[in-house]
Design a protein around this ligand. Structure first.
Ligand code: PHE
Length: 472
Protein backbone atom coordinates (compact mmCIF):
# COMPACT_ATOMS: atom_id res chain seq x y z
CA UNK A 1 0.00 0.00 0.00
CA UNK A 2 2.78 2.40 1.01
CA UNK A 3 4.20 2.42 -2.50
CA UNK A 4 0.99 3.52 -4.12
CA UNK A 5 0.44 6.33 -1.63
CA UNK A 6 0.04 9.69 -3.27
CA UNK A 7 2.28 12.60 -2.34
CA UNK A 8 1.98 16.35 -2.73
CA UNK A 9 3.38 17.45 -6.07
CA UNK A 10 5.48 20.31 -4.76
CA UNK A 11 6.69 21.93 -1.59
CA UNK A 12 4.48 24.95 -2.16
CA UNK A 13 1.57 22.55 -2.65
CA UNK A 14 2.12 21.10 0.82
CA UNK A 15 2.53 24.56 2.35
CA UNK A 16 -0.66 25.90 0.78
CA UNK A 17 -2.64 22.80 1.75
CA UNK A 18 -1.41 22.95 5.36
CA UNK A 19 -1.99 26.71 5.49
CA UNK A 20 -5.43 26.11 4.00
CA UNK A 21 -6.14 23.77 6.87
CA UNK A 22 -4.82 26.20 9.44
CA UNK A 23 -6.54 29.32 8.14
CA UNK A 24 -10.17 28.92 9.10
CA UNK A 25 -13.07 30.58 10.81
CA UNK A 26 -10.96 30.84 13.96
CA UNK A 27 -8.55 33.20 12.21
CA UNK A 28 -11.07 35.46 10.58
CA UNK A 29 -13.35 36.22 13.49
CA UNK A 30 -12.34 34.33 16.64
CA UNK A 31 -8.85 35.73 16.84
CA UNK A 32 -9.61 39.45 16.26
CA UNK A 33 -12.40 39.55 18.81
CA UNK A 34 -10.39 37.63 21.37
CA UNK A 35 -7.53 40.06 20.91
CA UNK A 36 -9.71 43.18 21.20
CA UNK A 37 -11.29 41.93 24.40
CA UNK A 38 -8.16 40.68 26.05
CA UNK A 39 -5.62 43.44 25.95
CA UNK A 40 -5.07 44.14 22.23
CA UNK A 41 -1.35 44.20 21.47
CA UNK A 42 -0.63 42.38 24.74
CA UNK A 43 -2.76 39.45 23.57
CA UNK A 44 -1.07 39.52 20.16
CA UNK A 45 2.35 39.17 21.76
CA UNK A 46 1.26 36.27 23.96
CA UNK A 47 -0.47 34.58 21.04
CA UNK A 48 2.61 34.89 18.81
CA UNK A 49 4.79 33.45 21.58
CA UNK A 50 2.47 30.46 21.89
CA UNK A 51 2.49 29.91 18.14
CA UNK A 52 6.25 29.77 17.85
CA UNK A 53 7.39 28.42 21.22
CA UNK A 54 4.59 26.03 21.91
CA UNK A 55 2.68 25.09 18.77
CA UNK A 56 5.55 24.95 16.30
CA UNK A 57 7.26 22.00 18.08
CA UNK A 58 3.96 20.08 18.15
CA UNK A 59 3.49 20.85 14.47
CA UNK A 60 6.97 19.50 13.69
CA UNK A 61 6.20 16.39 15.73
CA UNK A 62 2.93 15.68 13.91
CA UNK A 63 4.29 16.23 10.41
CA UNK A 64 7.51 14.29 11.08
CA UNK A 65 5.80 11.27 12.59
CA UNK A 66 3.29 11.21 9.72
CA UNK A 67 5.96 11.45 7.06
CA UNK A 68 7.96 8.71 8.76
CA UNK A 69 5.04 6.28 9.03
CA UNK A 70 3.43 7.23 5.69
CA UNK A 71 0.14 6.44 7.36
CA UNK A 72 -2.98 8.02 8.82
CA UNK A 73 -2.93 8.75 12.60
CA UNK A 74 -4.23 5.34 13.70
CA UNK A 75 -1.75 3.56 11.43
CA UNK A 76 0.99 5.84 12.74
CA UNK A 77 0.35 4.93 16.38
CA UNK A 78 0.01 1.25 15.47
CA UNK A 79 3.19 1.13 13.43
CA UNK A 80 5.25 2.79 16.18
CA UNK A 81 3.83 0.60 18.92
CA UNK A 82 2.82 -2.64 17.18
CA UNK A 83 2.47 -4.80 20.27
CA UNK A 84 1.07 -2.23 22.65
CA UNK A 85 -2.55 -2.17 23.71
CA UNK A 86 -2.47 1.34 25.10
CA UNK A 87 -0.83 3.40 22.37
CA UNK A 88 -3.44 2.57 19.71
CA UNK A 89 -5.99 4.28 21.97
CA UNK A 90 -4.16 7.50 21.08
CA UNK A 91 -4.47 6.53 17.43
CA UNK A 92 -8.21 5.96 17.73
CA UNK A 93 -8.62 9.30 19.48
CA UNK A 94 -6.62 10.97 16.72
CA UNK A 95 -9.10 9.49 14.25
CA UNK A 96 -12.42 9.96 16.06
CA UNK A 97 -11.61 13.54 17.07
CA UNK A 98 -11.20 14.91 13.52
CA UNK A 99 -14.24 12.93 12.44
CA UNK A 100 -16.42 14.56 15.09
CA UNK A 101 -14.88 18.02 14.70
CA UNK A 102 -15.58 17.72 10.98
CA UNK A 103 -19.23 17.07 11.81
CA UNK A 104 -19.73 20.35 13.66
CA UNK A 105 -17.38 22.31 11.40
CA UNK A 106 -19.42 21.12 8.40
CA UNK A 107 -22.55 22.56 10.00
CA UNK A 108 -20.90 25.97 10.47
CA UNK A 109 -19.42 25.88 6.94
CA UNK A 110 -22.82 25.01 5.56
CA UNK A 111 -24.27 28.09 7.30
CA UNK A 112 -21.53 30.22 5.73
CA UNK A 113 -22.45 28.79 2.34
CA UNK A 114 -26.11 29.61 2.99
CA UNK A 115 -25.28 33.21 3.95
CA UNK A 116 -23.02 33.50 0.91
CA UNK A 117 -25.83 32.43 -1.41
CA UNK A 118 -28.41 34.59 0.35
CA UNK A 119 -26.30 37.74 0.37
CA UNK A 120 -25.33 37.22 -3.28
CA UNK A 121 -28.99 36.93 -4.23
CA UNK A 122 -30.05 40.21 -2.66
CA UNK A 123 -31.23 39.03 0.77
CA UNK A 124 -28.87 41.00 2.99
CA UNK A 125 -31.71 42.92 4.59
CA UNK A 126 -33.26 39.67 5.74
CA UNK A 127 -29.91 38.35 7.05
CA UNK A 128 -29.53 41.51 9.13
CA UNK A 129 -32.94 41.17 10.78
CA UNK A 130 -32.52 40.39 14.48
CA UNK A 131 -33.52 36.81 15.19
CA UNK A 132 -33.16 35.73 11.55
CA UNK A 133 -30.26 33.39 12.30
CA UNK A 134 -32.48 31.35 14.64
CA UNK A 135 -34.99 30.91 11.81
CA UNK A 136 -32.28 30.14 9.27
CA UNK A 137 -30.73 27.26 11.23
CA UNK A 138 -34.12 25.68 11.76
CA UNK A 139 -35.36 25.94 8.18
CA UNK A 140 -35.47 22.89 5.93
CA UNK A 141 -33.16 24.67 3.46
CA UNK A 142 -30.32 23.75 5.86
CA UNK A 143 -30.40 20.27 4.33
CA UNK A 144 -30.06 21.73 0.83
CA UNK A 145 -26.95 23.69 1.86
CA UNK A 146 -25.57 20.60 3.56
CA UNK A 147 -26.04 18.60 0.35
CA UNK A 148 -24.36 21.35 -1.70
CA UNK A 149 -21.42 21.46 0.69
CA UNK A 150 -21.08 17.67 0.73
CA UNK A 151 -21.00 17.70 -3.07
CA UNK A 152 -18.25 20.34 -3.13
CA UNK A 153 -16.07 18.58 -0.55
CA UNK A 154 -16.67 15.24 -2.28
CA UNK A 155 -15.61 16.68 -5.61
CA UNK A 156 -12.32 17.97 -4.19
CA UNK A 157 -11.46 14.88 -2.18
CA UNK A 158 -12.39 12.39 -4.88
CA UNK A 159 -9.71 13.92 -7.12
CA UNK A 160 -7.02 12.84 -4.63
CA UNK A 161 -4.10 14.52 -2.94
CA UNK A 162 -2.46 16.29 -5.88
CA UNK A 163 -5.39 16.94 -8.17
CA UNK A 164 -7.89 17.55 -5.38
CA UNK A 165 -6.49 18.87 -2.09
CA UNK A 166 -3.39 20.52 -3.52
CA UNK A 167 -5.10 22.04 -6.53
CA UNK A 168 -8.00 23.41 -4.47
CA UNK A 169 -5.55 25.01 -2.03
CA UNK A 170 -3.54 26.50 -4.88
CA UNK A 171 -6.65 28.19 -6.23
CA UNK A 172 -8.41 29.15 -3.02
CA UNK A 173 -5.54 30.30 -0.81
CA UNK A 174 -4.23 33.07 -3.09
CA UNK A 175 -7.81 34.19 -3.73
CA UNK A 176 -8.47 34.22 -0.01
CA UNK A 177 -5.48 36.44 0.55
CA UNK A 178 -6.42 38.88 -2.21
CA UNK A 179 -10.02 39.14 -0.98
CA UNK A 180 -8.83 39.69 2.58
CA UNK A 181 -6.52 42.51 1.58
CA UNK A 182 -9.25 44.04 -0.58
CA UNK A 183 -11.69 44.03 2.33
CA UNK A 184 -9.11 45.52 4.72
CA UNK A 185 -8.41 48.36 2.29
CA UNK A 186 -12.11 48.98 1.86
CA UNK A 187 -12.89 48.92 5.60
CA UNK A 188 -10.03 51.32 6.33
CA UNK A 189 -11.69 53.95 4.13
CA UNK A 190 -14.73 54.04 6.48
CA UNK A 191 -15.27 56.62 9.23
CA UNK A 192 -14.05 56.19 12.82
CA UNK A 193 -11.79 53.27 12.04
CA UNK A 194 -8.95 54.50 14.25
CA UNK A 195 -10.83 53.63 17.44
CA UNK A 196 -10.98 49.99 16.35
CA UNK A 197 -7.33 49.91 15.32
CA UNK A 198 -6.33 51.32 18.70
CA UNK A 199 -8.34 48.74 20.58
CA UNK A 200 -6.75 46.06 18.49
CA UNK A 201 -3.13 47.13 18.62
CA UNK A 202 -2.40 49.12 21.77
CA UNK A 203 -1.21 46.70 24.46
CA UNK A 204 -3.09 46.67 27.74
CA UNK A 205 -1.25 44.26 29.98
CA UNK A 206 -3.71 44.77 32.84
CA UNK A 207 -6.19 42.57 30.95
CA UNK A 208 -3.86 39.58 30.90
CA UNK A 209 -5.10 36.99 33.38
CA UNK A 210 -4.39 33.31 33.61
CA UNK A 211 -7.66 32.62 31.74
CA UNK A 212 -6.59 34.94 28.93
CA UNK A 213 -3.28 33.09 28.66
CA UNK A 214 -5.12 29.79 28.56
CA UNK A 215 -7.45 31.23 25.89
CA UNK A 216 -4.51 32.40 23.77
CA UNK A 217 -2.93 28.98 23.97
CA UNK A 218 -6.12 27.14 23.00
CA UNK A 219 -6.76 29.58 20.16
CA UNK A 220 -3.25 29.08 18.79
CA UNK A 221 -3.45 25.29 19.11
CA UNK A 222 -6.80 25.09 17.31
CA UNK A 223 -5.78 27.63 14.72
CA UNK A 224 -2.78 25.60 13.61
CA UNK A 225 -4.97 22.50 13.24
CA UNK A 226 -3.04 20.60 15.92
CA UNK A 227 -4.31 17.55 17.78
CA UNK A 228 -6.65 16.66 14.93
CA UNK A 229 -4.52 14.15 13.05
CA UNK A 230 -4.54 16.48 10.04
CA UNK A 231 -0.84 17.25 10.02
CA UNK A 232 0.04 13.59 10.60
CA UNK A 233 -2.02 12.76 7.51
CA UNK A 234 -0.69 15.64 5.40
CA UNK A 235 2.82 14.79 6.61
CA UNK A 236 2.32 11.27 5.26
CA UNK A 237 1.89 12.82 1.80
CA UNK A 238 5.00 14.97 2.07
CA UNK A 239 8.07 14.43 -0.05
CA UNK A 240 11.12 13.15 1.90
CA UNK A 241 13.33 15.74 0.20
CA UNK A 242 11.42 18.71 1.61
CA UNK A 243 12.30 20.49 4.80
CA UNK A 244 9.59 20.00 7.41
CA UNK A 245 11.02 22.78 9.57
CA UNK A 246 11.10 25.42 6.85
CA UNK A 247 7.61 24.52 5.60
CA UNK A 248 6.16 24.52 9.12
CA UNK A 249 7.58 27.94 9.87
CA UNK A 250 5.93 29.33 6.75
CA UNK A 251 2.60 27.72 7.62
CA UNK A 252 2.72 29.11 11.17
CA UNK A 253 3.64 32.56 9.85
CA UNK A 254 0.91 32.51 7.21
CA UNK A 255 -1.70 31.42 9.74
CA UNK A 256 -0.70 34.09 12.23
CA UNK A 257 -0.41 36.69 9.48
CA UNK A 258 -3.94 36.03 8.22
CA UNK A 259 -5.32 36.16 11.78
CA UNK A 260 -3.54 39.45 12.37
CA UNK A 261 -4.70 40.99 9.08
CA UNK A 262 -8.27 39.81 9.70
CA UNK A 263 -8.22 41.98 12.83
CA UNK A 264 -7.54 45.01 10.65
CA UNK A 265 -10.79 44.21 8.85
CA UNK A 266 -13.12 43.11 11.67
CA UNK A 267 -12.39 45.66 14.41
CA UNK A 268 -12.43 48.83 12.30
CA UNK A 269 -15.68 47.57 10.76
CA UNK A 270 -17.23 47.06 14.20
CA UNK A 271 -16.12 50.48 15.47
CA UNK A 272 -17.09 52.26 12.30
CA UNK A 273 -20.58 50.81 12.78
CA UNK A 274 -20.70 51.93 16.41
CA UNK A 275 -17.77 54.03 17.69
CA UNK A 276 -19.03 53.78 21.28
CA UNK A 277 -19.13 50.03 21.47
CA UNK A 278 -17.34 48.41 24.39
CA UNK A 279 -15.42 45.38 23.11
CA UNK A 280 -16.25 43.52 26.33
CA UNK A 281 -19.84 43.50 25.13
CA UNK A 282 -18.97 41.65 21.94
CA UNK A 283 -20.21 38.12 21.98
CA UNK A 284 -17.83 35.34 23.03
CA UNK A 285 -18.92 33.21 20.13
CA UNK A 286 -17.65 33.63 16.61
CA UNK A 287 -20.94 32.16 15.48
CA UNK A 288 -23.18 34.98 16.66
CA UNK A 289 -20.67 37.53 15.36
CA UNK A 290 -20.54 36.09 11.87
CA UNK A 291 -24.20 35.35 11.48
CA UNK A 292 -25.94 38.05 13.50
CA UNK A 293 -23.72 41.04 14.11
CA UNK A 294 -21.70 41.31 10.90
CA UNK A 295 -24.76 41.23 8.58
CA UNK A 296 -26.09 44.27 10.48
CA UNK A 297 -22.77 46.04 9.95
CA UNK A 298 -22.80 45.24 6.24
CA UNK A 299 -26.37 46.46 5.87
CA UNK A 300 -25.55 49.73 7.62
CA UNK A 301 -23.02 50.43 4.84
CA UNK A 302 -25.92 51.00 2.43
CA UNK A 303 -26.11 54.61 3.64
CA UNK A 304 -22.84 55.35 1.90
CA UNK A 305 -22.45 52.71 -0.81
CA UNK A 306 -26.05 51.73 -1.51
CA UNK A 307 -27.78 48.38 -1.02
CA UNK A 308 -25.99 46.80 -3.93
CA UNK A 309 -22.59 47.90 -2.61
CA UNK A 310 -23.41 46.66 0.90
CA UNK A 311 -24.54 43.31 -0.52
CA UNK A 312 -21.34 43.08 -2.51
CA UNK A 313 -19.23 43.64 0.62
CA UNK A 314 -21.26 41.03 2.52
CA UNK A 315 -20.97 38.52 -0.33
CA UNK A 316 -17.21 39.08 -0.54
CA UNK A 317 -16.85 38.53 3.20
CA UNK A 318 -18.86 35.29 3.14
CA UNK A 319 -16.89 34.09 0.13
CA UNK A 320 -13.67 34.71 2.06
CA UNK A 321 -15.01 32.85 5.08
CA UNK A 322 -16.27 30.03 2.87
CA UNK A 323 -12.87 29.52 1.24
CA UNK A 324 -11.18 29.52 4.65
CA UNK A 325 -13.65 27.04 6.10
CA UNK A 326 -13.73 24.79 3.02
CA UNK A 327 -9.98 24.18 2.90
CA UNK A 328 -10.06 23.37 6.64
CA UNK A 329 -13.00 21.02 6.21
CA UNK A 330 -11.31 19.22 3.32
CA UNK A 331 -8.19 18.66 5.43
CA UNK A 332 -10.06 17.24 8.37
CA UNK A 333 -12.28 14.92 6.33
CA UNK A 334 -9.18 13.56 4.60
CA UNK A 335 -8.11 12.02 7.94
CA UNK A 336 -10.82 9.33 8.19
CA UNK A 337 -10.74 8.90 4.41
CA UNK A 338 -7.01 8.14 4.55
CA UNK A 339 -7.62 5.74 7.44
CA UNK A 340 -10.15 3.73 5.44
CA UNK A 341 -7.85 3.66 2.42
CA UNK A 342 -4.93 2.45 4.57
CA UNK A 343 -6.70 -0.06 6.79
CA UNK A 344 -9.57 -1.38 4.74
CA UNK A 345 -7.72 -1.17 1.45
CA UNK A 346 -10.75 0.70 0.11
CA UNK A 347 -10.47 2.76 -3.00
CA UNK A 348 -10.60 6.52 -2.41
CA UNK A 349 -14.11 6.57 -3.83
CA UNK A 350 -15.40 3.84 -1.52
CA UNK A 351 -13.76 5.49 1.47
CA UNK A 352 -15.34 8.82 0.57
CA UNK A 353 -18.78 7.30 0.21
CA UNK A 354 -18.55 5.65 3.64
CA UNK A 355 -17.15 8.70 5.41
CA UNK A 356 -19.42 11.08 3.47
CA UNK A 357 -22.69 9.31 4.19
CA UNK A 358 -22.08 8.74 7.88
CA UNK A 359 -20.86 12.30 8.28
CA UNK A 360 -23.88 13.76 6.48
CA UNK A 361 -26.06 11.77 8.85
CA UNK A 362 -24.22 13.08 11.92
CA UNK A 363 -24.34 16.65 10.61
CA UNK A 364 -28.05 16.24 9.94
CA UNK A 365 -28.46 15.19 13.59
CA UNK A 366 -26.69 18.43 14.55
CA UNK A 367 -29.11 20.38 12.33
CA UNK A 368 -32.17 18.91 14.00
CA UNK A 369 -30.66 19.56 17.43
CA UNK A 370 -31.43 23.28 17.20
CA UNK A 371 -35.09 22.68 17.93
CA UNK A 372 -36.49 20.40 15.23
CA UNK A 373 -36.15 17.21 17.28
CA UNK A 374 -36.59 17.47 21.03
CA UNK A 375 -34.44 14.40 21.85
CA UNK A 376 -31.36 15.87 20.16
CA UNK A 377 -32.13 19.44 21.28
CA UNK A 378 -32.02 18.44 24.95
CA UNK A 379 -29.51 15.70 24.40
CA UNK A 380 -27.63 15.90 27.69
CA UNK A 381 -27.38 17.82 30.89
CA UNK A 382 -24.14 18.67 32.65
CA UNK A 383 -22.37 21.60 34.26
CA UNK A 384 -25.86 22.82 35.25
CA UNK A 385 -26.97 23.29 31.62
CA UNK A 386 -29.05 21.48 29.08
CA UNK A 387 -27.01 20.73 25.96
CA UNK A 388 -27.94 19.98 22.38
CA UNK A 389 -26.21 17.24 20.39
CA UNK A 390 -24.24 19.97 18.58
CA UNK A 391 -23.08 21.46 21.93
CA UNK A 392 -22.04 18.03 23.21
CA UNK A 393 -19.90 17.37 20.13
CA UNK A 394 -18.15 20.74 20.54
CA UNK A 395 -17.66 20.31 24.30
CA UNK A 396 -16.24 16.81 24.09
CA UNK A 397 -14.14 16.84 20.97
CA UNK A 398 -13.11 20.41 20.38
CA UNK A 399 -12.88 21.73 23.92
CA UNK A 400 -11.75 18.62 25.78
CA UNK A 401 -10.10 15.91 23.67
CA UNK A 402 -8.04 18.24 21.48
CA UNK A 403 -5.42 19.08 24.15
CA UNK A 404 -5.33 15.41 25.19
CA UNK A 405 -4.47 14.45 21.62
CA UNK A 406 -1.71 17.05 21.62
CA UNK A 407 -0.37 15.58 24.84
CA UNK A 408 -0.39 12.06 23.39
CA UNK A 409 1.46 13.12 20.23
CA UNK A 410 4.21 14.68 22.37
CA UNK A 411 4.46 11.47 24.39
CA UNK A 412 4.50 9.26 21.30
CA UNK A 413 7.24 11.23 19.59
CA UNK A 414 9.42 11.84 22.63
CA UNK A 415 9.17 8.52 24.41
CA UNK A 416 8.06 5.87 21.95
CA UNK A 417 9.47 6.91 18.61
CA UNK A 418 12.45 8.45 20.41
CA UNK A 419 14.16 11.75 19.85
CA UNK A 420 16.99 10.43 17.70
CA UNK A 421 14.52 9.15 15.11
CA UNK A 422 12.51 12.34 15.27
CA UNK A 423 15.64 14.42 14.75
CA UNK A 424 16.69 12.27 11.82
CA UNK A 425 13.34 12.81 10.11
CA UNK A 426 13.61 16.57 10.57
CA UNK A 427 17.15 16.59 9.23
CA UNK A 428 15.97 15.09 5.94
CA UNK A 429 15.90 17.95 3.48
CA UNK A 430 17.30 20.25 6.16
CA UNK A 431 20.90 19.40 7.11
CA UNK A 432 21.28 22.66 9.06
CA UNK A 433 18.74 21.49 11.59
CA UNK A 434 21.25 19.06 13.10
CA UNK A 435 22.75 20.51 16.26
CA UNK A 436 20.82 23.77 15.95
CA UNK A 437 19.40 25.67 18.88
CA UNK A 438 15.93 24.99 17.54
CA UNK A 439 16.59 21.25 17.62
CA UNK A 440 17.57 21.39 21.26
CA UNK A 441 14.62 23.57 22.15
CA UNK A 442 12.15 21.33 20.30
CA UNK A 443 13.50 18.18 21.96
CA UNK A 444 13.42 19.54 25.47
CA UNK A 445 10.09 21.35 25.24
CA UNK A 446 8.30 18.40 23.64
CA UNK A 447 9.04 16.15 26.57
CA UNK A 448 8.52 18.65 29.37
CA UNK A 449 6.68 21.93 29.37
CA UNK A 450 4.46 21.44 26.32
CA UNK A 451 2.89 18.08 27.27
CA UNK A 452 2.58 19.20 30.88
CA UNK A 453 0.66 22.29 29.88
CA UNK A 454 -1.56 20.34 27.50
CA UNK A 455 -2.31 17.80 30.20
CA UNK A 456 -3.13 20.57 32.62
CA UNK A 457 -5.52 22.21 30.14
CA UNK A 458 -7.18 18.84 29.56
CA UNK A 459 -7.71 18.17 33.27
CA UNK A 460 -8.84 21.72 33.92
CA UNK A 461 -11.38 21.55 31.09
CA UNK A 462 -12.79 18.21 32.21
CA UNK A 463 -13.21 19.42 35.78
CA UNK A 464 -14.75 22.71 34.73
CA UNK A 465 -16.97 21.60 31.84
CA UNK A 466 -18.35 18.44 33.29
CA UNK A 467 -18.09 18.93 37.06
CA UNK A 468 -18.29 22.71 37.39
CA UNK A 469 -15.00 22.85 39.33
CA UNK A 470 -12.47 25.48 38.30
CA UNK A 471 -8.75 25.10 39.06
CA UNK A 472 -7.84 28.35 37.36
N1 PHE B 1 -7.52 26.03 11.89
C1 PHE B 1 -8.91 25.94 11.71
C2 PHE B 1 -9.60 27.24 12.09
O1 PHE B 1 -8.97 28.15 12.51
C3 PHE B 1 -9.36 24.86 12.59
C4 PHE B 1 -9.85 23.70 11.86
C5 PHE B 1 -9.06 23.01 10.99
C6 PHE B 1 -11.12 23.31 12.03
C7 PHE B 1 -9.57 21.97 10.31
C8 PHE B 1 -11.63 22.26 11.36
C9 PHE B 1 -10.86 21.62 10.49
O2 PHE B 1 -10.80 27.39 11.93
Amino acid sequence: MANSREIFGSRIGFILAAAGSAVGIGNLVGFPVNAAKNGGGAFLIIYALFVFLFCLPVMLAEIAVGRHSTKNPLGTYQSLAPTSRLWPIGGWLALITPYMIAVFYAVITMWVLGYLILSATGNLEQLATPGYFGEFINAKTAFVYLALLAGTVGLILSAGVQDGIERAAKVMMPMLFIILIGLVVFVLTRDNVMVGIKFYLIPDFSKITIQVINGAMSQAFFSLSLGMGILITYGSYMDKQDSIVASSKIVALADTGVAFIAGLMILPAIFSFNPNINPQELSESSISLIFSFLPQIFLSMQDSIGYFGASLVATTFFLLTFFAALTSLVSIIEVPVAALIDHKRSSRKQALITVGFTMILMSAICIVSFGMVEFFTRFAEYGGQSKSFFDVVIDIFYETILPLNGFLVCMLVSFRWKKANFDRELELGDPDYKGSLLERYVNVSLETIIPLMLLFVFINTVLFKFFGYRII
